[in-house]
Ligand binder design. Structure first.
Ligand SMILES: C[S@@+](CC[C@H](N)C(=O)[O-])C[C@H]1O[C@@H](n2cnc3c(N)ncnc32)[C@H](O)[C@@H]1O
Length: 185
């Protein structure tokens, strides 16, 4: 189980951000190909699959087998057939080349063993006009979430994303505890 997962987590998180609204706000639309890297228990994976619909596709990867099982179970319960979910390291995962409209990281960039490698894989997977989206905790103390010392500030995240060859498109607050950086390959 992820160190940040606990019973009732989904309900609590929905008080901070609504995944459906967040995904709409970053431009997710019907028919798109969306990649949820470090997908966890599917807080964003499942709403993304509902939003892209049967003409779209969601690829999801996580190193935690129990998390991926939970994503598959939730997909089956909802009759979603447009999710490909696998257990694996994001550092070793390239689902396909230049095929993604959106590569999405949610509260995970700081967890990767090698964020630069994961960003380089993201660049490879994105279409030329695709979008990288990095949603993360602000680097400040909060009641929940990872320890402040391992969090990336907006500036740290932007620097890593730039170093991987992306152009930053926008940096926005997502409520008082989170930010969203979007970038183009
Ligand atoms: C804080 S959780 C976030 C999960 C999900 N993105 C969300 O918003 O609910 C971080 C997830 O990243 C996964 N993870 C950490 N390092 C990873 C890696 N190198 N490759 C794949 N998944 C990884 C963990 O197993 C965990 O499920």
């Amino acid at each position: 189980m992820s160190p940040y997962s606990f019973p009732g987590e989904d309900a609590l998180r929905r008080r901070w951000h609504n995944p459906e609204i967040t995904l709409k706000s970053i431009g997710l639309r019907s028919g798109m190909v969306f990649m949820d890297i470090g997908c966890g228990y599917g807080f964003f994976t499942i709403p993304a699959a509902e939003q892209v619909g049967e003409n779209g596709k969601v690829y999801a990867v996580d190193a935690d087998a129990a998390a991926v099982e939970a994503v598959k179970r939730k997909a089956a319960e909802r009759g979603l057939k447009n999710i490909v979910a696998k257990v694996g390291e994001a550092e070793e995962t390239v689902f396909c080349d230049a095929c993604a409209d959106m590569v999405f990281f949610s509260i995970v960039l700081h967890d990767f063993r090698d964020p630069a490698k994961v960003l380089s894989n993201a660049k490879r997977m994105l279409k030329p006009d695709g979008t990288l989206v990095n949603l993360d905790w602000k680097k400040k103390r909060t009641v929940f979430g990872p320890p402040v010392q391992i969090r990336f500030s907006e500036e740290q995240a932007q620097a890593l994303i730039r170093q991987a060859g992306f152009t930053i498109e926008s940096v926005k607050d997502a409520g008082s505890n989170f930010y969203i950086v979007t970038a183009k390959p």
